[in-house]
Ligand binder design. Structure first.
Ligand code: FES
Length: 102
């Protein structure tokens, strides 16, 4: 498990990009308050989800507006077709940890 940050430091709708992974991982807090970790790079044309827009528990790609489910990594609409990998998130004692699924 990799420590990301304290839960209180990631506000609803905010994200943190972990550039030490290839591809980078986006840790995003959805509007439900749930924290998700997905590969940060859009499968269509390599935009960063950390520059996107969180709505509900989805993130809209900032380039061509495909909307990805944060839970499954699946896009809901074109032009992106392929999903992104999701990673396990564990919140313990107010701290966010992720387990990378590669
Ligand atoms: S780069 Fe994400 S939809 Fe085009």
């Amino acid at each position: 498990m990799f420590y990301v940050c304290k839960l209180d430091d990631l506000e609803i709708g905010d994200s943190i990009r972990l550039d030490q992974y290839n591809p980078p991982i986006a840790v995003i807090r959805g509007e439900s308050g749930q924290v998700y970790a997905i590969d940060d790079t859009c499968t269509h044309a390599e935009a960063s989800f950390c520059d996107g827009f969180v709505e509900g528990d989805t993130v809209e790609c900032p380039l061509h507006m495909s909307v990805f489910c944060l839970k499954t990594g699946t896009p809901d609409n074109p032009p992106a077709i392929k999903g992104v990998t999701t990673h396990i998130v564990d919140i313990k004692d107010g701290e966010i940890h992720i387990e990378v699924q590669r």
